[in-house]
Design a protein around this ligand. Structure first.
Ligand code: FAD
Length: 692
């Protein structure tokens, strides 16, 4: 397809900040756009929204819409990448759309010369992401009712071409349920799928490669279906990034790391939420244990006066700051350290482009507070830097990394390199030619991290406890330690608060006082997310909790609550905790505290421990669960709730299996029946997981 200049302008325009990699971790909710209130040029808001996608595409001259159902932002990023590739390689006129921003009742009018993409993450137990709930209900419900009155039997979507990719996690039972069900529903209504319905697996850690290998045959099939001509992709910036030498970074209008405009103006206004964090004082912080390089933090965060509230079992999100050492590295690699405090204005080249960072800001603030610069890096993103390499040799190496999956694995993925480290490993010359827009497009927004609240709201309604292990891991094959972004920041806050001699752990040098010193006096930006992980409303009901390591966090809250109720004279049912760690005298967190609760609760609190490094054989919580089959089974007969918290990949799965066996064995049933009963417990809410 030939393009004229106007087409090009429009093409470039609608691409939203994309992300080139997938960070480890899964589908827990994070703000879709933490800067929604801050972005000065949020086109969608300005242009007066229509909910009619057919009309919108007609008006804006698009022939390809990429809908996303996203919880953590990854599906949104994949959508942006597809949009960009579609326009640059195939001349499609693409737009990215949040699936909740449009109606579905008129999709039977979707024209046959256009295509709709659905990039859909599955959340938790096979559920749609928050923004895709209505869409999901519309298409998978009993009666799909289109505005035109067309009935499902008439194949009302027969003129619609679509492409589908799902983001899932095979450690969950309903793997990629969202894309599978939507695909089935659309096909049933007569829509024509192009290519296969792709499935990315975060559980196996292959999301990025699954995506890359799915999209090539899909593009080939789409080119054929729409008669598209592939051309050499040339980078077209999505944003214009203009330095403003007149403006001082001290001016009040410049974002120096503040999450929203009201924070920047110095008077943060509630309601505080996933889009607007509360700058909370840390009232106390300590280490529950410290062994060599392993630290475990306990923090008390005050929400008094914020109007935030929580309930036992909820999550708190911490908004981190990148380590100074990594900010410096990044700025040096891209040759911008000399102008790090220059003020930049970031604008979408088209009004509908969503800007992922607040503007105006500075390079330093963008990298420190708004961009996930320490995450693992994708092959596609690295290869997009080739045209901007400082010399031919580096360019050749980048092209090789981009084309050779195994080579990339060996040189980058296995080394656990961030983007800056990967480029440093190629050449010591700075990559000064890389447009900053490309970095904004290719690097995710810095994401808040969630923590299971480890206190009871009944006992301390204005103070939230968290229990976090500081991430400092040497992954096999890597030559350096990977330092978790948030937990090392929290460790630095703890060191500062306690006046530790070395306030910067591992030489990471944090800007601990925050933008314009707003976090001084030890504050951290937070928001609270409500969860379904809840104690039974009747405290006399027994509960069984399985929480090794930091998985014990919410159970500390549960036990704190039940102990307080017992102290008030209420009848509290059996409270059984399976806890596991390495050694009883090393990382048995809250050991002394549990003794105090035992005094308050007497026999109703039972703690069964598994220490993996004490005997000749490794003993884990699932082994202890098995050994105590009779007790567990008895409590289940008394209608106990069963809770699991912690490691999703191994422990939670094992526990699920073991429980099935216990039920089957103890009741003399076939193994499948045991499994079925666990499934039933899950759907009825008596088996609850809080896993990550
Ligand atoms: P990140 O920077 O996010 O890094 C995390 C991991 O990603 C690293 O350890 C490493 O394996 C990998 N990684 C990072 N960068 C790279 C790289 N460049 N190359 C290769 N690999 C890399 N944690 C707790 O300690 N306590 C809790 O109570 C708790 N509750 C949670 C509840 C929920 C609902 C969820 C979703 C998570 C919970 N977590 C909890 C986990 C927590 O949210 C964080 O994921 C964890 O603390 C690590 O965050 P971080 O920013 O320090 O590490």
């Amino acid at each position: 397809a030939q393009l004229d200049t106007l087409d090009l302008v429009v093409l470039v325009a609608l691409l939203v900040g994309s992300v080139a990699y997938f960070t480890k971790g899964s589908y827990w909710a994070v703000p879709k756009d933490p800067y929604a209130s801050a972005a000065t040029l949020n086109g969608a808001a300005k242009s007066g929204k229509t909910r009619d996608i057919v009309e919108k595409m007609e008006e804006t001259g698009k022939n390809c819409v990429i809908f996303y159902g996203s919880q953590t932002g990854t599906a949104e990023d994949y959508a942006s990448r597809l949009a960009k590739e579609g326009s640059q390689r195939f001349g499609l006129k693409t737009m990215v759309a949040d699936i909740e921003d449009y109606d579905y009742e008129n999709l039977d009018k979707f024209p046959d010369d256009k295509v709709a993409f659905f990039v859909l993450a599955t959340y938790g137990e096979g559920e749609p992401t928050d923004n895709a709930v209505e869409f999901y209900q519309f298409f998978t419900g009993e009666d799909v009712a289109f505005e035109s009155g067309a009935s499902p039997e008439d194949k009302p979507l027969s003129s619609m071409k679509y492409v589908a990719f799902g983001l899932g996690n095979n450690t969950y039972e309903h793997y990629n349920a969202m894309v599978r069900q939507v695909d089935t529903a659309l096909t049933k209504l007569g829509a024509q799928r192009i290519g296969t319905a792709g499935e990315g697996d975060d559980g196996a850690g292959t999301m990025e490669e699954d995506f890359l290998s799915w999209k090539e045959p899909m593009w080939a099939a789409l080119s054929e279906a729409m008669d598209l001509q592939e051309r050499e992709a040339v980078y077209e910036a999505v944003f214009s990034v203009v330095e403003d030498d007149e403006k001082s970074p001290e001016e009040e209008s410049v974002y120096l790391g503040e999450p929203t405009a009201s924070h920047r103006e110095g008077s943060p206004k509630g309601p505080f939420s996933a889009h607007n964090p509360y700058i909370a004082p840390i009232v106390e912080s300590s280490e529950l244990f410290t062994v060599k390089d392993r630290n475990c933090l306990h923090m008390e965060i005050s929400i008094a006066g914020s109007n935030l509230s929580y309930q036992t079992g909820d999550h708190i999100a911490i908004w981190p700051t990148n380590a100074g050492a990594e900010v410096d590295r990044f700025l040096e690699v891209f040759g911008i350290e000399g102008k790090r405090h220059s003020v930049i204005n970031v604008k979408g080249i088209d009004v509908t482009a969503k800007i992922p960072i607040p503007t105006p800001t500075t390079y330093d603030a963008a990298v420190r507070y708004y961009m996930e610069v320490c995450a693992p890096v994708s092959r596609q993103f690295v290869s997009s830097l080739a045209p901007f390499a400082p010399d031919e040799e580096s360019k050749t190496e980048i092209v090789r990394l981009g084309n050779d999956k195994d080579y990339f694995h060996e040189k980058v993925t296995n080394q656990c390199f961030t983007i800056a480290q990967a480029l440093q490993s190629i050449t010591s010359k700075p990559f000064t030619a890389v447009p900053f827009s490309l970095l904004i497009e290719g690097i995710n927004k810095l994401q808040p991290r969630y923590y299971s609240i480890s206190s009871s709201s009944l006992v301390q309604k204005d103070k939230i406890s968290i229990t976090a292990v500081v991430e400092s891991v040497r992954l096999p094959g890597a030559s350096h330690m990977v330092k978790g972004v948030t937990t090392n920041y929290l460790l630095a806050l703890k060191q500062k608060q306690n006046g530790d001699p070395s306030p910067d752990p591992h030489g990471l040098t944090y800007s601990i006082n925050g933008p314009r010193n707003k976090y001084d006096g030890i504050h951290v930006p937070v928001h609270v997310r409500h969860s379904n992980f809840k104690l039974p409303s009747d405290p006399s009901k027994p509960i069984i909790m399985v929480g090794p390591g930091t998985g014990v966090a919410p159970f500390r809250g549960f036990i704190q609550e039940r102990a307080a109720l017992a102290a008030k004279g209420e009848k509290v049912g059996t409270t059984l905790l399976f806890f596991g760690c390495r050694k009883s005298d090393e990382d048995f967190i809250y050991k002394d505290e549990f003794k105090t609760y035992q005094d308050q609760m007497g026999d109703s609190l039972k703690i069964i421990t598994a220490f993996s490094r004490e005997g000749s054989q490794k003993v884990y919580v699932q082994h202890r669960l098995k050994e105590n089959a009779e007790l567990v089974s008895e409590l289940l007969k008394e209608k106990a709730n069963f809770y699991v918290c912690g490691d999703a990949a191994n422990m939670a799965r094992e526990v699920n299996l073991v429980l099935g066996h216990i039920i089957a064995d103890q009741r003399g049933l076939p193994a499948e029946k045991g499994e079925e009963m666990v499934k039933h417990m899950r759907s009825s809410g008596s088996y609850q997981e809080d896993v990550w």
